[in-house]
Design a protein around this ligand. Structure first.
Ligand code: ZN
Length: 137
C-alpha cells in the first residue's frame, strides 16, 4: 500500500491528487486491475469530477456549503459537524480502473481529495488490486 501525504491550505478545498495516484500505480507496477484510493479521516472525502474547468470543483464546494452550513443546529460539540456530513456525502474512497498501467479515467475526470475541515495534513491510502492471472480483459 502506498500512502500519500497531502497538506491542505483552507477549511474547504478540493486538491487534485490524480498525478500522485497515477505515480503510485506506476511505482507499484500494476498493469491491469483497479486502484483503491481511501482517506482514513472523518472530515474529508474523495470524489472524481471535472478539473478541466476549475469552476466545477469551486461550484461543488460552494453548493455543498450552501446545503450544509457551518453553523446550524448540530449536536456534535466539536464545531465541525458540517465537515462530517460533507464527508459522508462524498464518501471516503474511490475505486479507479487501471488499464495498461494507467488510470482509466474519463477525459475530464480528476481524483480530488475533498478537504472540509482544514487546513490539515491528510493521508491518502492507495492500494493496487491486480486482476487474477489469466482473467485480464
Ligand atoms: Zn468532529
Amino acid at each position: 500500500m502506498h500512502v500519500l501525504t497531502v497538506s491542505t491550505a483552507a477549511r474547504n478545498q478540493f486538491v487534485d491528487i490524480t498525478r500522485e495516484v497515477a505515480d503510485a500505480v506506476r511505482a507499484h507496477g500494476l498493469r491491469d486491475g483497479a486502484c483503491l484510493v481511501y482517506v482514513p479521516h472523518t472530515t474529508c472525502g474523495l470524489t472524481i469530477n471535472e478539473n478541466a474547468d476549475p469552476d466545477v470543483p469551486a461550484d461543488v464546494l460552494a453548493h455543498l456549503s450552501a446545503v450544509i452550513p457551518r453553523r446550524a443546529e448540530f449536536r456534535h460539540g466539536e464545531g465541525n459537524s458540517d465537515a462530517h456530513i460533507k464527508s459522508s456525502l462524498t464518501g471516503c474512497s474511490a475505486l479507479v480502473p487501471v488499464r495498461d498501467g494507467a488510470l482509466a479515467l474519463g477525459t475530464w475526470q480528476a481524483i480530488f481529495l475533498c478537504e472540509f475541515d482544514g487546513p490539515r495534513t491528510r493521508r491518502v491510502q492507495i492500494q493496487c488490486l491486480a486482476e487474477p492471472e489469466g482473467r485480464g480483459a
